[in-house]
Ligand binder design. Structure first.
Ligand SMILES: [Zn+2]
Length: 725
């Protein structure tokens, strides 16, 4: 569900340590000495540091077996310095600014910094440890300062502005023109037009924020990893076998005897769905929703206030009414109001449905002869019972038809049918962990046009959720193929057992692979326009539309086969599974919107330092008559989307926005009567999957669909309005 989208290549490359080393030196002697020392150390570092050497590996993939933590800081030092030199050379060029000597030169600058950053930040998410966390704490603010120094480089901006202001007089291709426009906009949004003290303060804010984002996510991780719930023999007896086995695996991972539930969503959520022990459910539920808000050193309340205040200050400096106005200004939605309108349109029908779901659950509690109120920790448990009763879907039976390996095959099969690409596993390519698998992507001419890494299992040191990121973006200038990675957090099965996943897990797999294909199929002229470097409220569209193929009988009958017998999923089970698709959508939509509304409200608030985080959450939720049993999907103090970075800050609504696009978009295939309709697939490839940010998002969508998106299909898909005919 959650994607970690790295900055586009140029944005990562836009990085420059703010210090001027020569000016810092007190005397010429000091300067000479320090320069000499620096040269010596740099030379030594370059000679032995694999991060700075050419990667003589298949497709230039990262040589993980040679990379050690100790290589990162010296490599970053060298790469930052060389990027700074490259940028200085562009900015101080005496020649008149041209596309080639400015924009193209910027695209090509910072190659080392980009590849080192991508390797490093993938490790911080997927294979972190104390050493990596320490480097991350040091590097995040330095990289932010480096970025800021580039966007605030007045000479550089003057060149970009000159080109931007004379676009019509220049003979540029459509993508060259687009690159100029996007770069100009990125610079102005990053404060390039600021002057004097404002510039300095702006850079300071960027750097402080970067440090706070790291702190926020490390606090969440610390709280999440500190908690486990040990299960007794008696507790285990009531749980399905797959949960018992996962609990044994989780305990073994942590060198604990017996069985534990952890706060990874893949562990705690199934437990909440299946444990009849109401007290344990409450304990797990409270721990899960309290991450970051406990009375300990990991409390994120103050981190949130500081982040919000700095974001507001930054937005005001740029002339925006609020951070929300600033953020939505650069998206497909355009304004906070447009995003809020969409959420409101869906909220009331969703809430209505959630109330009906609550009534069903209350009836079951009464039927069990119990007289307690319906609480948050009851919802998932009874819902899975209602679900089991109404659709007769036993999660462990369903899971026996969803083998992870088969679902991986299915995601590749859909790509082949839609886009004509094939995937071959490679076992000769270095990975950062033995669980990671690598495939090459071949086009119709059997050329390798991409590398794909799949890192599917949860483990300590890996953050929660699922995401796509990249080790290298498609590069239309030098012909580099993209290197893309998907991360999920499925429970690793015990040795010798197959990995079985839930239907939801399989959807997540398809979702992330949709992002993956957006990177892999990219075919743009410039890395800054490649793949997922699109508007944030458009970026989920390729991922979410891809989920629809998993739901098609044509795919499930073929790939959802029993792990022991190989029998395809029985027709009646498939029918019930599909019918269950709209089930509990009231809850799912309400918990999502709760997070969306709170995210938006925070960033419209005028005085964030005064906020009492928990009271503010409650106030926002109550203002729309929220159901008390449905909290935010991600409560503020562990709302990584919003506070661990800026990807989804004031932008959590994007998932819903993309939901409108994906349901409306998939209708194109339904209308054609063929889920692989070649014409629709070609349009989807041309305007979306291969197009990156080569045109504005709305134009891309209209290019694919022939018209602007409509909300009808989403309301129908979620069962909030009657389907026609
Ligand atoms: Zn996503």
């Amino acid at each position: 569900m959650k994607t970690q989208l790295f900055l586009s290549s140029a944005a990562v490359a836009i990085t420059l340590a703010a210090c001027g080393p020569a000016e810092d030196a007190a005397t010429p002697t000091d300067a000479e000495t320090s320069a000499a020392t620096e040269t010596r150390e740099t030379a030594a570092a370059e000679a032995t540091n694999p991060l700075l050497a050419e990667w003589d590996t298949p497709f230039g993939a990262p040589p993980f077996s040679q990379i050690e933590e100790a290589h990162f800081l010296p490599a970053f030092d060298v790469a930052l310095a060389s990027h700074r030199e490259e940028i200085d050379a562009i900015a101080s060029n005496d020649a008149e600014p041209t596309f080639e000597n400015t924009l193209l030169a910027m695209e090509n600058a910072g190659a080392d910094l980009t590849r080192i950053s991508r390797v490093f930040f993938n490790l911080t998410s997927s294979a972190s440890n104390d050493e990596i966390r320490a480097i991350q704490r040091e590097m995040s603010p330095r990289l932010a300062a480096h970025n800021a120094a580039i966007t605030l480089n007045a000479d550089l901006f003057a060149r970009i502005e000159t080109i931007y202001n004379t676009l019509d007089e220049r003979d540029l291709t459509a993508q060259q023109r687009r690159l100029v426009e996007v770069t100009y906009e990125n610079f102005t949004r990053a404060g390039a037009q600021l002057e004097g003290d404002d510039r300095e303060r702006f850079a300071e804010i960027r750097s402080e924020l970067a440090g706070l984002y790291t702190q926020f996510s490390q606090n969440e991780q610390a709280d999440r990893e500190a908690w486990t719930l040990s299960l007794s023999e008696e507790d285990l007896a009531d749980l399905p076998a797959y949960i018992v086995s996962a609990a044994a695996g989780a305990a073994a991972d942590r060198d604990i005897d017996g069985h534990v539930v952890t706060l990874a969503r893949s562990s705690v959520e199934p437990f909440l769905q299946t444990s009849p022990n109401r007290e344990l459910r409450e304990e797990a539920w409270r721990a899960w929703y309290s991450r970051g808000s406990n009375d300990n050193a990991n409390n994120n309340a103050d981190t949130i206030r500081q982040i919000l205040a700095l974001r507001r200050e930054q937005a005001e400096m740029l002339g925006y009414e609020s951070f929300s106005h600033y953020r939505t200004g650069g998206t497909m939605a355009g304004t906070p109001q447009a995003a809020l309108n969409l959420m409101e349109q869906v909220w009331w029908p969703a809430r209505e449905r959630a109330l009906e779901e609550a009534a069903d659950i209350e009836a079951m509690i009464a039927a069990d002869g119990l007289d307690h109120e319906l609480e948050g920790w009851d919802w998932r448990y009874y819902t899975s019972q209602v679900r089991a009763e109404r659709f007769d879907l036993d999660e462990s039976v369903v899971k026996s038809y969803f083998q992870l390996d088969k679902m991986i095959e299915a995601q590749f099969y859909v790509a082949e049918r839609l886009f004509g690409v094939r995937f071959n596993e490679r076992t000769d390519i270095d990975t950062y962990h033995p669980d990671v698998r690598v495939w090459e992507m071949l086009d119709a001419n059997d050329q390798v046009v991409g590398l794909f890494y799949g890192d599917y299992f949860a483990r300590p040191g890996k953050r929660g959720g699922a995401w796509m990121s990249s080790f290298r973006a498609q590069n239309g200038i030098n012909g580099d193929i993209p290197i893309i990675v998907n991360n999920c957090n499925y429970n690793k099965p015990a040795e010798g057992e197959p990995a079985l996943v839930s239907f939801n897990d399989a959807s997540t797999l398809f979702h992330e692979f949709g992002h993956g294909l957006h990177g892999l199929l990219s075919s743009t002229d410039f890395p800054s326009l490649a793949g997922t470097a699109v508007d944030r409220d458009f970026v989920e569209f390729p991922a979410q539309i891809y989920e629809h193929w998993l739901e098609q009988p044509e795919i499930l009958e073929r790939f959802a086969v029993h792990y022991e017998t190989g029998e395809p999923i029985p027709a009646d089970l498939l029918e019930r599974l599909m019918a269950a698709g709209t089930f509990n959508q009231g809850f799912a939509t309400v918990e999502f919107l709760n997070s969306g509304f709170v995210d938006m409200a925070y960033h419209l608030h005028e005085d964030p330092m005064s906020l009492d985080i928990e009271a503010f959450e409650a106030e926002v939720l109550e203002s729309r008559q929220n159901l008390p049993q449905i909290p935010m999907r991600h409560r503020s103090t562990h709302f990584l989307h919003t506070f661990a970075g800026e990807g989804y800050s004031s932008g959590y609504y994007s998932y819903l926005w993309a939901g409108v696009l994906d349901t409306d978009g998939f209708e194109a295939f339904r209308e054609a009567g063929d889920i692989f309709d070649p014409e629709a697939a070609q349009a989807l490839y041309d305007s979306v999957f291969s197009a990156g940010n080569s045109e504005p998002a709305m134009d891309a969508y209209v290019g694919f669909r022939g018209r602007e998106p409509r909300v009808d299909a989403l309301l129908r898909d979620r069962g909030f309005v009657e389907a026609e005919g």
